[in-house]
Design a protein. Sequence first.
Length: 483
Amino acid sequence: MKALVCILLLLETFVFVVQQQVDGGLNENEISQQISSEDGRQNPPQTDTLRAEASTDRQQYCDLGIPDIHAALRELTATVTEQKEKNRELTATVTEQKENIRELTATITEQKENIRELTTTVTEQKGHIRELTATVTEQKEINRALEMQQTFILEELKKKNEDREIAFSASLMESGSGFIGPFTTHFTLTYRNVFTNIGNAYNPITGIFTAPLKGAYMFRVSVFGIGPTAASAAIFKNGEHVVITHDNQPKNDLNTSNGVVLILEVGDVVYMRESWNGMELENVGDNGALTHRRGTHWEIGIHRRQVDDVLSPNINILEELGEIKSMETKMKSLETEMERLRTENKDREIAFSASLVESGSGYIGPFTTHFPITYKNVFTNTGNAYNPITGIFTAPLKGAYMFRISVYGVGGTAVSVSIIKNGEIVVSAYDYQPQNVLNSSNGVVLILEAGDVVYVRLGSGRRIYDNKSNHSTFSGFLLFPLR
Ligand SMILES: *[C@@H]1O[C@H](CO)[C@@H](O)[C@H](O)[C@H]1NC(C)=O
Ligand SMILES: *[C@@H]1O[C@H](CO)[C@@H](O)[C@H](O)[C@H]1NC(C)=O
Ligand SMILES: *[C@@H]1O[C@H](CO)[C@@H](O)[C@H](O)[C@H]1NC(C)=O
Ligand SMILES: CC(=O)N[C@H]1CO[C@H](CO)[C@@H](O)[C@@H]1O
C-alpha cells in the first residue's frame, strides 16, 4: 500500500513535471530544481490538507521502499529528452519523406506526360505502318501483275518469233529429168528436191503441207512443160481445188505459175495436183508462210489486302520489300529480253523489190556469157540490203529469205534468168516463143548466213526486156531470222 502511494506520488510528480515542461519549456536543471524545491517545501502556501498529508507521508514511505527518486527522475528526464530527440529526428525524416514524395509525384507527372507523348507517337507510327503495309502490298501486287504480264508478252513474242518459222521450197526431181504424167486421173505431185523445210510442215514423201498453227499462209507454184501436151497443176486445200496454173502450146516450152494466200487452221493440208497431164522437171513450187497469232486481251487484277492488326501486320514488310526488289530485278531482265526481241523484230525488217529500168525501155543481152543483172528501178529497199548499183542482195543476218523473179521478153530470142546464191545457181525462169511476148517467173526460200549474197543472172545467149510497165522484177524479203 505504501509503495503504491509512493508510485502514485511519483507519477503525479512526473505528470506535473511534464506539465511544467510542456507549459513552460523548462530545461533539465529547472526540472531538478523544481523537484528539489517541491521536496523542500515544508509548508506549501495553499495546498489542500490531503496533499500536505501525502507529502509528509511520502517522505516517510519513499525513504523506506525506493532508494533514490531523484535518480529515477533524472533517468526519466533523459528518456524524455531522448524521445524528444527521436521525435525531432522522426519529424526530419517525415519532412524528408514528404519531400521525396513531392519529388516522386513530380516524376510521375512527368512520366505520365512522357507516356502521353509516346502514345501519340505510337499512334502516329501505327498510321505510318498501316500506310507502308498498304503501299508494300499494293506495290507487290502491281509487280506481280506486271511480271505476269511481261512474262506473258515475252512468251507471246517468243512464240511469235518461233512458231512462225514455217517455210518450205522444193522442186520436182532430186536428180535426172523426165515427165510426170500424163495419167487418166488427177495425181498428187511430190516435190522431192527440198531446198528448205523449216518447221517440217512439208512432207516430201507425200507432197503434203500440214499447217502447224492457225495463220495466213502464202503458197506459190511454178510449172514447166514441153508442148504439145498441156501442163496444168492446181493447189488443193483439204481436198478442195483452190487455184490452177495452166499452159498449153502446140510446140515449144510451157511455163506458168500461180499463187494464193490461204487462212489455214491447225491441221489443214495443202498439196499440188497435176490436173491435166504432161510435166517435166525443173518445176519449182514454193511457199512463204506468214502467221498471225490471235490477239489476246489481258487484264491486270489488283486486290488490296485487308490489313487488320497494324502492330502485328500480317505481312513482313522487310521481307516484302526484299521480294519487291528481287521482282524488280527480274522485271528488269525481262525488259532487257523484251528489248532484245523487239530489236530482233526490227532487225528483220528487210525487204526489197526492183524492176529493170529506171526510164525508157530496152533489152539486156544476148551476151556470149552469163551476165549479172542490175535492177535499177527500186520500189522498196527496207534495210538497204539490196544494192541497185551492183544488183546484189547481201543478207544482213542469218535467216530464211524468200526471193522471186519475173522475166519478160519478146519472141525470137529466149528469156532465161536464174537466182544465184554465192555463185551457185538455185532456180530459173525460162520462156521461149518464136513470136509474141515471153514471160516466166520463179521463186525460192533460202537459208542465208549473214553476208551471203544473192543476185539474178541472165543466161548466155538469152535476152530480157523491160519498159515502164515493170515486167521484169527481182524481189526478196526476210521471212524470219535464225539463230
Ligand atoms: C505471158 O505469156 C502468156 C502466154 O504467151 C500470155 O498469155 C500473157 O499475156 C503474158 N503475160 C504478160 C504479162 O505479158
Ligand atoms: C511495154 O512493152 C510491152 C510489150 O511490148 C507493151 O505491151 C507495153 O505497152 C509497154 N509499156 C509501156 C509503158 O511502154
Ligand atoms: C513502174 O515503176 C515506176 C517507178 O516506180 C512507176 O513510176 C511506174 O508507174 C511503174 N509502172 C507501172 C505500169 O506500174
Ligand atoms: C505464162 C506462160 O505460159 N509463159 C510462157 C512460158 O513458156 C511458154 C513457152 O516458151 C510461153 O509460150 C509462155 O508464154
